[in-house]
Ligand binder design. Structure first.
Ligand code: UN1
Length: 480
């Protein structure tokens, strides 16, 4: 398998930025190693991509849904043939440990298989009219050209899970890839090229969000925007897009709690805590930021977690044994270290980690705080790295109240063997993704994914939920 070229993919062609400008993509494990120089696109490139998507829309929307689905399935097969290359590129350019990169690349293919299958499923309902008994049917139409703005932390899965339903339901796409991990995303275009997708249906551009993202949001030919990223940018995207009468879907940050009850299987809880807080170096919006542990087991849980951290494999993400790799870039690395310093300054005690590994990389050791007050920075703000805090609680009421005391509402976990506690957690904790006896991160392709409160906006992604965002319902009264 060949690597995709380091170029934009517009109207079926691989193109440099019209201005010729490029941006460098470096390996966060070996900071002097250049992965490639990618187009730093501007308005001219976005305009060309939108024009291509707009021109391709009628033909693609008229293509029978099963034929569209068949192309998605072919793209899934193309991904399956190159999972290892995609995973290696992902690990090299953004530092995700290889074992997770492999899973993510494979997940992309599964998403396409699921969305492809939608081509053969019902996309409407049939009713009878009250007076005549004639048919009333609902039909789902594509929204039009959709703009997808995707982050660097899931550089394969997130672009795919947005574009798969978009294409399945007949929309055409302009996808903005994140500047820190564009190579991974370019594989998607290459796989669709192999699958025979008509030109212009899927266009990929790279560049700064402030340039490309804004252009996508403002252009009247783009009818809907799906964005995954930070709350500040997301809210700005939402405000501008809704002002212009567009559909918007946001997937934003989280401050996800893990509740450990005294009746929990503590070894399982520790595994879930470690994975949730530290895999992908905590660079997931679903990562565990707070661990609330019931009094009676607090000391035991803490000792077991610290022992697990000692046993954890931290370092080179290209080693399949590595669990915790580097932070994506220098700016994020420095921001996380500043967050740790702030946590200490506000009175938190570092139980593990708290510093960089050292050397020519952006690795930060898995870091655990305790003694952080509920209104401190670390308890409220998302530090996007391997940093978590332990809190002691007495009753489930107290744990739920504290779990809910943040503006975010993405994911949450409880470890318990008590059905009543699990039920109360599922009904009272304010998050879109709730896990009983599993870690806060992770998402299956066939069920809805999304947050509530300030973690999200608009219909959820994935599974059948995706149809709500990527289609418009029309109702047809059909008398004979
Ligand atoms: C996962 O937990 O596997 O950007 C997916 C993020 C989320 C996706 C998480 N939107 O981290």
């Amino acid at each position: 398998m060949t690597r995709p070229p380091f170029l934009n993919f517009i109207n079926g062609e691989w193109l440099p930025a019209a201005s010729g400008a490029t941006a460098d993509d470096c390996n966060p494990m070996h900071t002097s190693e250049l992965i490639g120089s990618f187009p730093s696109s501007n308005l001219a490139d976005v305009d060309a991509a939108i024009a291509a998507a707009h021109a391709a829309l009628k033909g693609w929307a008229r293509t029978p849904a099963p034929a569209r689905g068949a192309i998605l399935i072919k793209a899934a097969e193309a991904i399956e043939r190159r999972v290892e290359q995609i995973a290696q590129d992902m690990t090299a350019e953004m530092g995700k440990p290889l074992r997770e990169s492999r899973g993510e690349a494979g997940r992309g293919a599964t998403v396409l298989r699921y969305a492809g299958g939608e081509g053969w499923r019902a996309q409407g309902e049939l009713f009878q009219q009250t007076v005549t008994g004639g048919n009333v049917l609902t039909m789902r139409r594509p929204v039009g050209v959709v703009g997808l703005i995707t982050p660097w932390n899931f550089p394969f899965a997130i672009p795919v899970w947005k574009l798969a339903p978009a294409l399945a339901y007949g929309n055409t796409v302009v996808l903005k890839l994140a500047q820190d991990s564009p190579l991974t995303g370019l594989h998607i275009a290459q796989c669709f090229e192999e699958a025979g997708l008509p030109r212009g249906v899927l266009n990929l551009v790279m560049g700064r969000g402030s340039v490309i993202g804004n252009a996508l949001v403002r252009d009247p030919r783009v009818r809907a925007i799906s964005f995954t990223g930070s709350v500040t940018t997301g809210f700005a995207v939402r405000d501008e897009a809704t002002r212009l009468g567009k559909r918007v879907q946001l997937e934003l940050g989280g401050h996800n709690p893990l509740i450990v009850m005294a009746d929990a299987d503590l070894d399982r809880a520790v595994e879930g805590a470690y994975a949730g807080a530290f895999w992908s170096a905590g660079q997931k919006c679903t990562a565990t930021r707070r661990m609330l542990v019931q009094d009676a087991v607090y000391d035991t849980f803490k000792a077991k977690l610290l022992a697990r951290i000692d046993r954890g494999v931290v370092g080179d993400p290209s080693d399949p044994a590595t669990e915790v790799g580097p932070i994506v870039n220098k700016a994020q690395f420095e921001e996380i270290l500043a967050g740790i310093a702030k946590g200490k300054a506000e009175g938190g005690t570092v139980l593990a980690g708290g510093k960089a590994l050292g050397g020519d990389n952006y690795v930060i050791e898995p870091t655990v705080f305790e003694g952080v007050s509920d209104d401190a920075f670390l308890s409220c703000e998302e530090v996007f790295g391997p940093v978590t805090s332990l809190y002691r609680f007495a009753t489930l009421d107290e744990a739920i109240e504290r779990a809910n005391a943040v503006p975010f509402g993405l994911s949450a976990s409880i470890y318990t063997s008590n059905l009543t506690s699990a039920h109360r957690f599922s009904t009272e904790v304010e998050a879109g993704l709730l896990h009983v006896n599993s870690q806060t991160a992770g998402a299956e392709v066939h069920v809805p994914f999304g947050g509530i409160k300030s973690s999200g906006f608009g219909p959820h992604e994935q599974g059948r939920a995706a149809i709500e965002f990527y289609t418009e319902i029309v109702t047809v009264y059909q008398d004979i």
